[in-house]
Design a protein. Sequence first.
Length: 315
Amino acid sequence: MKEIGGYIELDTYTGKEYHEDAVALNCGRNALIYLIRARRIKKICLPRYCCCSIFDSCKKESVEISYYHIDKNLRPILERELAADEWLYLINYYGQLNNEEIALYKEQYGKIIVDSAQAFYQPRVQGIDTIYTCRKFFGVPDGAYLYTDADRLSLKKGYSYDKMRFLHGRFEKSANEFYNEYVENNSLLQTEPLQLMSGLTQNLLRGLDYNGIAEARTRNFKYLHDNLIKINKLDLKMPYGAFTYPLYIKNGSIIREELRKRKIYIPILWPNVCKMCKESEFEYDFASNLLPMPVDQRYDVSDMDYVFHTLDELL
């Protein structure tokens, strides 16, 4: 029976999700697992510069993995023809791949999956399996979207009520105080079964000002790009609703540590890359010295100005 009365829970938001027509799942790694099962994928070609959860998901599903390098423009270097039953996993790093390029990869290789975890606002290309994740862009505990025309899998709905503490704590206190719980939540997602997105996460996503968030991210990216373009080793295009501003510089690993001392926290994307690549390889240097500078909706131009002048002083 429906409960009547008692204490009031979170309000129900009536807005729309940004990717409302996609399959809503509990996390990005499970969106890949969904595709592996729905498409019956047996072989996949992954970039060496890649999150370990992607490798782990493929191994968990007994998929045969091969690898390719990327160049300094963050495009794949494919030195062989893919097998007829082999899928190409294409990461849209920092939203730098445009849809025309993605369509060309589809035309050339046929079986492709586009990982747009770093390009939430970029529309998918019709007819191409595309994955988006939510936690990199919004204050939610989990959530991912998958566009595919593969047969739908029958799934149970997930729950997120027990994953909110690090978000609640970060809202009222410092990131340091709840960082360990954030890490624990990440670890929990690594072992979660494939499920539909929780009602709690969907409700939170229906309450967001997507346009305002995208405009703030675009504005902040532009400010940093205008001021750092001369020292950035990457030739970047301006994405709408940017993930971060990727600053690739010499001695980036040293600068990262100095920024941390000043309470500007810059992650390493991804530390596993340095373990699997040789120091002479581009991916090793890129993972070590790339600084994904925060440009999200929590900040305005005055914050970006502080970040820039801090960087300028250190450099």
